[in-house]
Ligand binder design. Structure first.
Ligand code: SAM
Length: 197
C-alpha cells in the first residue's frame, strides 16, 4: 500500500508520541482541528492524563468533541494558541510532556483560516517554556498552501535557533517530491540540561 508523505509523517508522529508518553501525562494539542491528533494523545495519556486542545474555530472544536466524545482527559479551548500561557493552569507549567502543532487549515473546513507565522512563533516560544524536562515539541508544517511556505521558513528558523544543549532536533521529510510536501520537526528537550560548549 502506498503511503503519502503526510500519512507517513502522521504515523511517525503518533508512534513517537506513543513511545514517549505514559498514562497520566499532561499534553497540549496546539491546533486541535478535527481531533485526530488529540484522540491519539488521549489514548496515550489515558483517563488520568490531560489533553488541552486549542483552536480558533468553533467548527474545529465541535468536530474534535464529536471524535473524542466525553473522554475524561480531554479539554477543548476556544483560543489562539499564542495565548497558551494564560489559558493553561499554573500547575501545568514545566509539566507538559508534549506540545503538538499541526499547522495549516482545517481539512473540510474554511481553508482561508490558517495558522500564521506570528501566532505560531509566539505559541512555540510559550510551549517550550511549559515543557517538562525530557518533553517533546512537535510541529508538522505545510509549505504547499497560500502563506504556508513563509510560515514553514519562519518555523524552521525558530527550531534551528534552539541550542543543542537544550535538546535534540529531528526532521522528517520527503525530499524528492515534485510539489512542496509536508515535513515534521520534533524537538526533544534533554532530561536535565547539559552544559553548553
Ligand atoms: C491542520 S489543522 C489541525 C489538524 C488536527 N490536529 C487534527 O488532528 O485533526 C490546523 C488547525 O489549526 C487551527 N488554527 C489556525 N490558527 C490557529 C491559532 N492561532 N491557534 C489555534 N489553532 C489555530 C485551524 O483552525 C485548524 O483547525
Amino acid at each position: 500500500m502506498w503511503l503519502s508523505p503526510l500519512k507517513l509523517i502522521t504515523h511517525w508522529v503518533h508512534d513517537g508520541l506513543r513511545s514517549h508518553l505514559r498514562p497520566g501525562d499532561w499534553v497540549v494539542d496546539a491546533t486541535l482541528g478535527n481531533g485526530h491528533d488529540a484522540a491519539s494523545l488521549a489514548q496515550c495519556v489515558g483517563p488520568s492524563g490531560h489533553v488541552w486542545g486549542f483552536d480558533v474555530q468553533a467548527a474545529a472544536l465541535d468536530s474534535a468533541r464529536a471524535r473524542l466524545g466525553d473522554h475524561p482527559a480531554f479539554e477543548a479551548i476556544h483560543a489562539d494558541h499564542a495565548r497558551l500561557a494564560e489559558q493553561l493552569p499554573e500547575e501545568a507549567r514545566r509539566r507538559l510532556r508534549a506540545v503538538v502543532f499541526n499547522l495549516g487549515y482545517l481539512p473540510g473546513g474554511d481553508h482561508r483560516v490558517t495558522t500564521t507565522p506570528d501566532s505560531t512563533l509566539k505559541a512555540l516560544a510559550a510551549a517550550i517554556e511549559w515543557l517538562a524536562d525530557g518533553g517533546v515539541l512537535c510541529c508538522t508544517c505545510y509549505p504547499g498552501h497560500q502563506g504556508g511556505e513563509s510560515e514553514c521558513h519562519a518555523v524552521l528558523d525558530w527550531f534551528d535557533s534552539l541550542p543543542s544543549h537544550r535538546g535534540a532536533l529531528t526532521r522528517i521529510e520527503s525530499p524528492n517530491t515534485s510539489a512542496p510536501s509536508p515535513f515534521c520537526l520534533w524537538f526533544e528537550l534533554h532530561s536535565s540540561p547539559t552544559p553548553a560548549h
